[in-house]
Design a binder for this molecule. Structure first.
Ligand code: MG
Length: 204
């Protein structure tokens, strides 16, 4: 009996920072004075591009938002600043590290990460966290062709890891829990990384 345990990334294996603060930090770094107006325009544009799986949603949203404020920053500079600010703010609790390390050493368990996001951002976050060494497969929604809770990311996960049981652990009631159950998987909701060890214990 083998079990594949799939984890969401943001807000599950790693903390997801206060994004208002991340955007404010990035605005300050590139000299955008009216950070609130910029952030409102940026968020609107970003989620539209992201929802449609449009390539380069960060750069496109930055370009759109910069056109609405009085600032000389280049979109690419803002993207670098916001990425650095996000990565600086992300934390990986030691207990999550230990839990994944233990799972990786077990013969009957495979570990996956199934995350909504842009591949290079999410994969680098997984590398920077040090968790990638414990992970057998990663699914990023942009590569799967749809975001969770749509079936595509879960189908891709099923193709990547053979298993008798599949479990999704995540902080998204809809994206993680409902999406996984719709595919016939088991699912455990967590409120954040601190809940991950107990969630894993509950399914093993
Ligand atoms: Mg999440």
């Amino acid at each position: 009996m083998t079990i594949a345990i799939w984890f969401d990334l943001d807000g599950t294996l790693v903390s997801f920072p206060d994004y208002g603060r991340v955007l404010a930090t990035a605005c300050e770094a590139v000299g955008i004075g009216d950070a609130d107006a910029f952030a409102a325009a940026y968020n609107d544009a970003f989620f539209e591009y992201f929802g449609d799986l449009t390539p380069e949603p960060y750069r496109r949203a930055a370009a759109d938002a910069l056109a609405t404020v009085d600032a000389d920053a280049a979109p690419e500079s803002f993207v670098t600043a916001v990425r650095d600010a996000e990565y600086d703010a992300v934390e990986t609790p030691p207990a999550v590290r230990e839990t994944l390390s233990t799972l990786a050493a077990a013969d009957d368990v495979a570990v996956g990460v199934c995350t909504n996001g842009v591949p290079e951002w999410q994969r680098r976050k997984l590398r920077d966290s040090g968790l990638v060494t414990h992970v057998d497969a990663t699914v990023v929604s942009y590569e799967a062709g749809a975001h969770k809770p749509a079936p595509e990311p879960f189908e891709r996960a099923e193709a990547l890891i053979e298993a008798d049981r599949r479990v999704m652990i995540g902080d998204g009631e809809e994206s993680d829990v409902a999406g996984a159950r719709e595919r016939g998987w088991e699912a455990v909701h967590v409120d954040g990384p601190a809940d991950v060890p107990a969630a894993v214990d509950s399914v093993r």
